[in-house]
Design a protein around this ligand. Structure first.
Ligand SMILES: Cc1ncc(COP(=O)(O)O)c(C=O)c1O
Length: 476
């Protein structure tokens, strides 16, 4: 074997991890073998347990992180070592079932073999990782075409391209959902300034509990930074309350610039917004000349239809997509909107990394897999949500109802303390799921399983939750 030069040594895994003994590398290798070679029944049996065969290592710590990301946490945090499919191992060697698809973006779980194959295939074919957004390569252009096809099923592209009243335009240049949401907000403001400026300050109507990203203005829409914005009014309404919506539109009339909704409020206890409510919002927007945005950052690419809006019987002016589009590979987001609203200049809303060709290639693969597996995705989602509904029916003293839909299923607890306690016990048990219980009145535990979930996984997860609901270890 040729001797490794000092220069080559700099670029070894151990050097990059500042781990000369190779402990991290060994833990990863054994952990990965464990996840990929252990039969699934055995993985289920070990969920929540420490896997002794995996060596421990001297992992980097979070001392340089900001406080809200765990700077002060020193006591063996269960941070992720490696993952495969729906399972992951922590650095403390504990096995988890990931019930939230990573941070709601790992559409196909960890290291899906078909996506990995596509990634390598793309590189081999010469698809670049990223480049200047003025020279978009084929995968980026093809992704734009695919998104237009998805939101306009059956449409003739030749007619569509010239019909500026249709959803025929895509802003592809965004890496994150926040940038795509902010682009729609800017278009709403510009459109208002051009068509209704004389009416007074524009009004934005949002649902209470909204989350449309971390942009400054998006945060204003959810109540933050009140003192820094003038000449704009924000009104939050309760979801699925048509009378209130009617009243607010009647009160502000043509001053309404825009209406925003997330079809399943994954940032507020998985409340499902009723199609009739959104249809009402559409007609009120039409009456007042307001624009309507559906934020599909959470729902997009997670249902058999790929785009959830297809279920709703409304045509919004904007659909925002992101998160799961590239299945967790380098992020991409997109804003799909009506051609007549194409009023931004190129650099008004952009991420430098938002035209990444390789990521776009993976996005095309991710979408094709959802289309191919649509039937299975539909059945598995329904089966799982049914199981969650049964839990709600069987433990009425603890649970109000099952919320959400399909893979995005949630349990609404009666008491905040039980929601928080259940969440703690579930994580202890090896089920990685999330709780919304930190705002007044919120008491929900949420899941968003990656799409490889099947009946067996669903049954395992529901059975494990049932056991927790029976034993209530958080109360003892
Ligand atoms: C509904 C919704 N909109 C927008 C965003 C922002 O997306 P990103 O984190 O990619 O900026 C999120 C992220 O969680 C979201 O859930």
């Amino acid at each position: 074997m040729a001797a490794v030069t000092a220069q080559e040594e700099l670029l070894t895994f151990n050097a990059l991890m500042a781990d000369p003994s190779g402990g991290v590398s060994a833990a990863l290798a054994v952990g990965r073998d464990f996840l990929t070679q252990t039969p699934r029944s055995e993985l289920f049996a070990n969920v929540g347990k420490t896997i002794d065969g995996i060596p421990s290592a001297d992992f980097p710590d979070k001392r340089w992180f900001q406080r809200s990301y765990g700077r002060a946490v020193t006591a063996n945090p269960e941070e992720l070592l490696t993952g495969a499919g729906l399972f992951y191992l922590t650095e403390q060697r504990k096995l988890f079932l990931d019930c939230t698809g990573g941070h709601y973006q790992m559409t196909w779980g960890y290291d899906h073999p078909e996506l990995r194959q596509l990634l390598l295939d793309g590189i081999e074919r010469g698809i670049v990782w990223d480049n200047h957004s003025n020279i978009p390569p084929a995968p980026v252009k093809r992704l734009a075409a695919k998104l237009i096809e998805l939101v306009n099923p059956g449409a003739d592209p030749h007619e569509l391209v010239n019909d500026d009243d249709r959803l025929n335009t895509v802003l592809t240049g965004c890496a994150t959902g926040s940038v795509a949401c902010a682009a729609a907000m800017k278009i709403m403001l510009l459109h208002y300034a051009r068509t209704k400026r004389e009416k007074g300050a524009p009004v934005f109507i949002t649902l209470d509990g909204n989350y449309h990203g971390t942009d400054f203005f998006a945060q204003r829409l959810r109540g933050m930074w009140p003192e820094y914005f003038t000449n704009v009014e924000l009104v939050m309404v309760q979801p699925n309350a048509p009378e209130e919506l009617g009243q607010v539109f009647a009160q502000y009339g043509e001053r309404v610039a825009g209406f925003w909704a997330e079809p399943i409020m994954m940032n507020r206890e998985a409340i499902v917004i009723e199609p009739e409510y959104l249809q009402l919002a559409r007609s009120l927007c039409d009456e007042t000349g307001a624009l309507m945005a559906l934020d599909e950052i959470q729902t997009g690419f997670w249902f058999p239809e790929v785009i959830y809006t297809k279920r709703l019987g409304v045509q919004p002016d904007f659909i925002v997509l992101g998160k799961g589009m590239t299945a967790g590979f380098h992020p991409l987001a997109a804003l799909v909107y009506r051609g007549r609203l194409d009023v931004l200049e190129q650099y008004d809303a952009i991420s430098t990394n938002g035209n990444a060709a390789l990521a776009a290639y993976l996005a095309l693969g991710c979408i094709a897999m959802v289309e191919r597996d649509a039937e299975h995705i539909g059945e598995a989602g329904e089966h799982y949500h049914e199981g969650m509904k049964e839990l709600a029916a069987d433990f009425p003293e603890l649970l109000v109802e099952a919320r959400g839909a399909a893979h995005m299923s949630a349990l609404k607890f009666r008491e905040v303390a039980d929601a928080l306690g259940f969440h703690r016990s579930a994580v202890e048990r090896g089920l990685w799921l999330r709780a919304h219980a930190y705002h007044e009145g919120h008491s929900t535990v949420l899941t968003k399983f990656a799409l490889p979930m099947d009946a067996e996984v669903a049954d395992f997860a529901v059975a494990a939750m049932r056991e927790l609901l029976e034993e209530r270890p958080w109360r003892s």
